[in-house]
Design a protein around this ligand. Structure first.
Ligand code: PLP
Length: 454
């Protein structure tokens, strides 16, 4: 790279998440400089359709004049204030009111933060706070699922069920446990129906709770659709059976709606699509169409009442962030939710869903594709070496990297999770653009197959 080019300066200065740092020295960055609807352009002028909406978040696409104006006004008016010691601001109040009015189950209060990781870290502390208030401080073990992603904070990454996020950090923290990965296509046994598989998953959860001692287990975490696990939909009956187990042992249920919230699954919340009745909800990402870092935890009356008692006992509720209730972020989030209402976002997602499911579903005819599953505008595609056995390719062949490179040549950004491709395009995508995404994907799969058979 030319000395002093942005590429050379990036390599000299930045550490990139999810990146092989040594490879980055040679490969360098792709510098994204402009956005227009569902497309982004890099600094050399190449344009891509982003099949992942950035990191599952740019629901309204890239670049947004209306939200920019709202941010500008909010910055001009006050720019910053906080929620500490009774302080408040109108944008946060309006946003909390709006969130409570659209919550999928009755919720009482809202805690604001700046990221999904902070939302889950907050919810972890609230589970502990709750059981302390209830006089059961030993009920503090938490259970999430293998392959789940809940964030990168110390607690949220401990909930995360991906070994690569733990290995070099001496994590997860003690007391963070993981139950089975409910991926029917991969984990289902020969002849087992989805319902039977779900029963087995719920039994495994119950066995884990019994082995640990129900009096020590305080909370359970789940995304309605597992995102970074590879866009994995819950098998039939799954949440019904899981929630029965949680109820039996009096375990709080936290729904991580960071990806699924705000239309992604064809309802405002993934909890509505799959019948979740959580005590708390963590949300972020599309809450502000990713235009400002903001997240929200919604809590129900049961949790709030315990907090009320405990904070009175202790003098204050001592947990929060400098940027909790940031008025600029809150104003942008509020405007985002207004835009969703105006454009009928959920109806739009439902209108596009059949085309999305059909065109990506047709990919299963391709020799490299074992399965496609999806709902709303989230979907997962399994890349396989053998459709019968569902075996994946030898790692040395680097098939995901090959598909990725061919897709980029064709102007398509894909999000890989191992041998799975997760789709979560901006929610404003049109039918025609879904067609474009599918045909670019098909081209990339064909080119990869050529590479492999040559
Ligand atoms: N929860 C889920 C389901 C996520 O997908 C993510 C991020 O991808 C997070 C939490 C963490 O959010 P953030 O990256 O904003 O901290």
């Amino acid at each position: 790279f030319a000395a002093n080019s942005p590429h050379a300066r990036d390599i000299a200065t930045l550490v990139h998440p999810g990146t092989n740092l040594r490879k980055h020295l040679d490969v360098g960055p792709t510098i994204m400089s402009r956005g227009d609807g569902i497309y982004v352009s890099d600094d050399s002028g190449r344009t891509f359709l982003d099949g992942g909406a950035g990191l599952w978040c740019a629901s309204l696409g890239f670049g947004n004049e209306r939200l920019a104006r709202v941010a500008y006004e909010a910055m001009k008016n006050i720019g910053y204030y906080h929620l500490y010691r009774h302080a408040s601001n109108e944008a946060s109040i309006d946003l909390a009111e709006k969130l409570l009015s659209i919550a999928p189950v009755p919720m009482s209060k809202v805690l604001l933060q700046s990221s999904g990781s902070e939302a889950n870290d907050t919810a972890v502390k609230l589970v502990w706070y709750y059981w302390n208030a209830m006089g059961k401080p030993e009920k503090r073990k938490l259970i999430a699922r293998s392959q789940a992603y809940h964030g990168s904070g110390i607690a949220s990454v401990s909930l995360t069920g991906k070994p690569e996020f733990h290995a070099a950090f001496g994590l997860p923290l003690p007391g963070f446990l993981h139950t089975e990965f409910p991926h029917y296509y991969r984990q289902g046994r020969d002849g087992e129906t989805e319902e039977e598989f779900s029963t087995r998953m719920a039994d495994a959860l119950e066995q884990l709770i019994l082995a640990e001692g129900p009096e020590t287990v305080g909370g359970f975490w789940a995304e309605p659709v597992m995102g970074a696990g590879g866009a994995v939909l819950p098998p039939a009956g799954y949440f019904e059976k899981i929630q029965a187990v949680l109820k039996k042992y009096d375990i709080l249920f936290v729904a991580d709606e960071v990806i699924c919230g705000f239309g992604r699954t064809g309802n405002m919340w993934g909890s509505q699509t799959f019948g979740l009745k959580p005590d708390m909800i963590a949300s972020a990402k599309a809450l502000s169409a990713a235009m400002q870092p903001i997240s929200a935890v919604l809590i129900n009356e049961r949790v709030y009442q315990a907090m009320l008692t405990q904070s009175d006992r202790l003098g204050a509720f001592v947990h929060g962030y400098t940027y909790a209730g940031h008025p600029v972020a809150a104003a942008v989030a509020l405007e985002t939710l207004k835009i969703y209402d105006e454009i009928g976002l959920v109806d739009h997602v439902r209108a596009i869903e059949p085309t999305f499911l059909k065109l990506l579903g047709d990919m299963v005819d391709h020799p490299l594709v074992g399965q496609f599953r999806g709902c709303g505008l989230i979907g997962g595609l399994e890349i396989v070496a053998d459709k019968e056995t569902r075996a994946i390719h030898d790692k040395a062949l680097d098939v995901p990297a090959k598909i990725d490179a061919h897709a980029r040549e064709r102007g398509l950004i894909l999000r890989f999770v191992g041998n799975r491709i997760a789709f979560s395009p901006p929610l404003i995508i049109t039918e025609e653009q879904v067609g474009e995404m599918a045909s670019r994907l098909k081209g990339a799969l064909d080119a990869t197959l050529d590479d492999l058979t040559r």
